[in-house]
Design a binder for this molecule. Structure first.
Ligand code: HEM
Length: 448
């Protein structure tokens, strides 16, 4: 494994730290605008935070796919070269994006609020990654396990949805506000499906490696899950566009598919847990714990999503902190937990001394409890706002927000807990990447 990849994994984990830091700053800027507006206003901090979060998830997902795929495909020199070019272009573009935010140069759309010209290097980088991935994929004659199909689907659909996400740059899409918003919300929803394919594929890979049972990725249930995920990716966006006029059947299909995908993911993780013998579990305890955390958060977010996807409820929750709870509950609870499990496995953290593992365990539990308080507080803030605007019909924003601000205050403390928990784990992992220097993340077969 080369040093560009090492820098890339370091960069991806640093994005997690940046996400956490800007999340807390954004919360304070929201609570105390008079103190922040002069130097770091909320409108500047939010894009910093949200873009860092999305890039952490996408970059972390690619790091896993690129690292584990070595086991599945033969090494091809040209593909390594292309992948390095992808990584360098990708990192430099993200740095430029943050540079633009620092100078208050905006211009894109929700979640991608940087000048759209920067989408070009991102797209070029992704095309390089696709070529680097699909050439050895095509050349490999070995049967491809399900997680490889999931990675391949995710990479391809990210490309499609990224282009779709940029269609607003064609004037025809902008002529109608409704058309533009529909395409925006739709493509953002599908893009989540694309990175979920990469991340869930990695979760499946980890389950196979930890249990030593390859049948997990070959069972009919797992294949059904793949097709469900694929249809989710194509249709789940229906629940992102409840507020624009659409045919009722699109909403119904989206609702059923997105809920069943969650159920199947829980069922696959439970199947893996029930078959796993204790010895293998203890050998991979930290990786295992992150996967189990993801299972818990899938369940909690399923409950929330079930509620908020009911169109009558969605009318009230849309635009409140309940939507934010859904977005952060899934990106932190599911995506980040699986990705940290993936980094744990990649860096061989399960092989560290008992003492180091105990330290990580403490910060792991700090993260879980803080996330719990964080998530519940967001939901409470959403319920209060929804109740005051729709049931009490209040229209004075300051009046509506008074109790909401109190909830956000509690959230900021839970956020500090999250920073301590996830932040410390990230710093331990970053140190591990630096320490590995020459052996650079060499795939550690003894942990299999
Ligand atoms: C791994 C860590 C995190 C991830 C992946 C993450 C992800 C996200 C995402 C995707 C959004 C957009 C939500 C939406 O538009 O509905 C968001 C918004 C936000 N996040 Fe986070 N977040 C993380 C940690 C934090 C922390 C620790 C805090 C605070 C202490 C925080 C505070 C915020 C705030 C204030 C917003 C803006 C909400 C609004 O516009 O009303 N985040 N985050």
């Amino acid at each position: 494994m080369n040093s560009v990849f090492r820098i890339y994994t370091f960069f991806a984990l640093t994005l997690l730290l940046v996400t956490l830091a800007f999340g807390l700053l954004a919360t304070w800027a929201f609570l105390y605008p008079e103190a922040y507006n002069r130097f770091l206003p909320f409108y500047q901090l939010r894009p910093f935070h949200v873009s860092a979060a999305l890039f952490w998830i996408i970059s972390g997902a690619v790091a896993g796919v690129w690292f584990y795929k070595k086991e599945e495909f033969p090494k091809i020199r040209v593909s390594e070269l292309l992948a390095n070019t992808f990584m360098i272009t990708w990192m430099l573009t993200i740095l430029s994006i943050f540079g633009c935010y620092a100078f208050k140069i905006f211009g894109g759309r929700e979640y991608w609020e940087f000048p759209p010209i920067l989408c070009l290097p991102l797209l070029t980088a992704w095309i390089l990654l696709m070529v680097a991935y699909y050439i050895p994929w095509y050349k490999s004659s070995r049967p491809k396990p399900l997680y490889v199909w999931m990675w391949s689907t995710g990479i391809f659909f990210f490309f499609i949805t990224f282009i779709e996400q940029n269609l607003w740059q064609i004037p025809w899409f902008r002529y109608s506000f409704l058309r533009e918003v529909t395409v925006q919300w739709k493509s953002n929803g599908s893009m989540v499906g694309a990175w979920n394919q990469m991340i869930y594929g990695t979760a499946l890979f980890l389950m196979v490696k930890i249990s030593g049972d390859a049948s997990i990725a070959k069972s009919p249930k797992a294949f059904f899950f793949y097709f469900l995920g694929l249809s989710n990716l194509m249709f789940n966006w229906g629940h992102h566009i409840y507020n624009v006029p659409t045919a009722q059947w699109i909403r119904d299909v989206a609702y059923i598919i997105s809920m069943t995908e969650f159920l199947f993911l829980i069922s696959i993780i439970q199947g893996f847990k029930s078959k796993l013998d204790e010895q293998r579990k203890f050998k991979h305890l930290i990786t295992y714990r992150f996967l189990i955390a993801a299972e818990f958060w899938v369940f909690m977010n399923l409950l929330l999503a079930l509620g908020m996807s009911i169109p009558a409820v969605n009318r009230y929750t849309h635009g409140t902190h309940i939507t934010v709870a859904h977005a952060m509950g899934t990106t932190i609870g599911i995506n980040t937990m699986i990705l940290l499990g993936s980094f744990t496995y990649m860096l061989g953290i399960d092989n560290k001394t008992e003492y180091s593992k105990r330290v990580i365990n403490v910060f792991y539990w700090i993260s879980q409890y803080s996330l719990g308080i964080f998530w519940v507080t967001l939901i409470v803030a959403g319920i209060i706002k929804g109740y005051r605007t729709t049931v009490l019909q209040m229209d004075n924003f300051n009046e509506i927000m008074k109790p909401v601000f109190q909830a956000i205050n509690i959230l900021s403390y839970a956020g500090i807990g999250l920073i301590i928990g996830l932040g410390t784990i990230s710093i331990i992992y970053l140190k591990e990447i630096i320490k590995k220097k020459q052996r650079i993340l060499e795939y550690n077969n003894n942990i299999n």
